[in-house]
Design a protein around this ligand. Structure first.
Ligand code: FAD
Length: 432
């Protein structure tokens, strides 16, 4: 038999795949990256063609210095990032009514707010994010967000705000998203509630878009990156793997799969994928919400609003342009707001800024997108306990990466880079 064509085929050119390709290339390995889309970057996508040239991140956007893997890459390639500007005050929307107060609760509920913060920090302190959570006796936290709030005895506005905030962090509904997965954010920020806010929507952003970092990784990898090349089957055959795509096959000594969880089951693995990976792929994760950009007039330039009982759980100003204020909005279900319908977006924005006039809106439906089937990874209640241990485990010559396989930041760009580095190191050890 001829020798395999390349050392490693990497499936997927998101941050996990690009990072692995870069590390493998740097070690002198031949790599071919097969990507289904017509672009690199996966669930990050920087577009400048929507709001008259204004740059919009349709997917991954914020990073924080505590995310050491992405921060190291930003420094390595000299990528320019900027801190978010802090709003003068937060806006709180209680079922569409903007509260005229600095705090989200009336004075008689201050004790309930204190209890909620204490419960949050007490739960966060139980997690060691450098180890698999499934090994830490945390199953009582691996429950739906709403159930966790009830188990913790939360009440009043503090309960509603915390549930909505967790749903916002997870882009998941209160009855599907795992509270444990959101508590991981807190623990990864050294149990700082303010740190967790920063990690969601008040961290750093890429001045020239996330594509600047994705492009730097791709260029540095020296890999042969094939776009528009969806992989259909992965067959292990003795000492090689045959990877089948729409234009033919390629043989490799190893394969690295980096596709989102919900897509694993759409690749025909021979031998079959292990039962754990197949089961979680069939269930998919709970990050099934939406991110909507709106251009609005009559809105505060530093609006930063959290709401409960509202269509969006967060609406925040990102920058001011001549036509108005560019708002980023999140909802925990992908069809809650119709981004094609300006009146619907305006109705939802007015729950935070009653005078708002929305003049443009844009989104990417990651949930309907056949190459993502979801937004960022938020595990469903019970999935960490049941499946976490399976996700990163190699199966013969086939290895696995992707943000969802990281321990610290599985829903983030950082987790993707972390996983790509981990997988590349595993592959290099095997190939030597
Ligand atoms: P992906 O980026 O999904 O890459 C996988 C690649 O595999 C894709 O390019 C896909 O097209 C390809 N693929 C799939 N199937 C096949 C196939 N059969 N054959 C070939 N290729 C295939 N993260 C942050 O850090 N900060 C944020 O603020 C943030 N906000 C987000 C907002 C949204 C709306 C979304 C969607 C994501 C957000 N994220 C954020 C998450 C972050 O973008 C992801 O965690 C990260 O980009 C995932 O990288 P990945 O390489 O693991 O997966």
């Amino acid at each position: 038999m001829d020798s395999p064509e390349v050392d490693v085929v990497v499936v997927g050119a998101g941050f996990a795949g690009l990072t692995a390709a870069r590390d493998l290339g740097a070690a002198g390995r031949s790599v071919r990256v097969l990507e289904a889309r017509d672009r690199i970057g996966g669930r990050t996508w920087y577009r400048t063609d929507l709001f008259d040239g204004v740059g919009l991140e349709m997917g991954g956007t914020w990073i924080v210095p505590e995310q050491t893997f992405v921060s190291a890459e930003v420094r390595r390639y000299g990528i320019s990032v900027s801190d978010s500007e802090l709003p003068a005050r937060m806006t709180w929307s209680d079922r569409g009514v903007v509260l005229d107060s600095l705090l989200p609760v009336p004075p008689e509920q201050l004790g309930e707010l204190e209890h909620a913060v204490r419960a949050l920090v007490a739960a966060g302190a139980r997690l060691d994010v450098d180890r698999p959570l499934s090994e830490q006796d945390l199953a009582d936290l691996d429950v739906p967000i709403r159930q966790w709030a009830d188990d913790a005895g939360l009440s009043g506005n503090a309960r509603e705000l915390l549930i909505s905030w967790f749903c916002g962090c997870g882009n998941a509904s209160a009855d599907t998203g795992s509270a444990l997965d959101i508590l991981r954010w807190l623990a990864a920020m050294e149990n700082s509630v303010w740190g967790m806010v920063q990690a969601s929507v008040l961290g750093q952003t890429f001045d020239a878009g996330t594509s600047a970092l994705a492009g730097a990784l791709a260029a540095d990898s020296g890999a042969d990156i094939r776009l528009n090349t969806p992989v259909r089957f992965v067959r292990q055959d003795g000492d090689r793997v045959v990877v089948g795509h729409d234009d033919g096959v390629v043989t490799a000594r190893r394969v690295l799969i980096t596709v989102p969880i919900g897509l694993l089951r759409h690749i025909d693995f021979q031998p079959a994928l292990s039962p754990g990976k197949l089961a979680i792929s069939t269930e998919n994760h709970a990050g099934q919400g939406q991110k909507v950009w709106a251009l609005a007039r009559n809105v505060a330039q530093d609006l930063s609003g959290y709401g409960w009982g509202t269509a969006f759980d967060y609406v925040g100003a990102m920058r001011t342009v001549p036509d108005g204020v560019v708002l980023v909005c999140f909802a925990p279900e992908h069809d809650r707001v119709d981004a094609e319908d300006l009146a619907d977006v305006q109705r939802a924005v007015r729950e935070f800024a009653p005078e708002a006039e929305v003049i443009a809106a844009a989104t990417h439906q990651w949930v309907d997108d056949e190459w993502s089937r979801g937004t960022w990874t938020t595990f469903r209640a019970g999935q960490i306990t049941r499946y976490e241990k399976d996700l990163a485990v190699a199966e013969g010559l086939v290895h696995f990466a992707g943000a969802h396989t990281a321990h610290r930041w599985p829903g983030f760009i950082d987790g993707a880079i972390d996983s790509g580095k981990r997988a590349a190191a595993e592959l290099l050890a095997e190939l030597s």
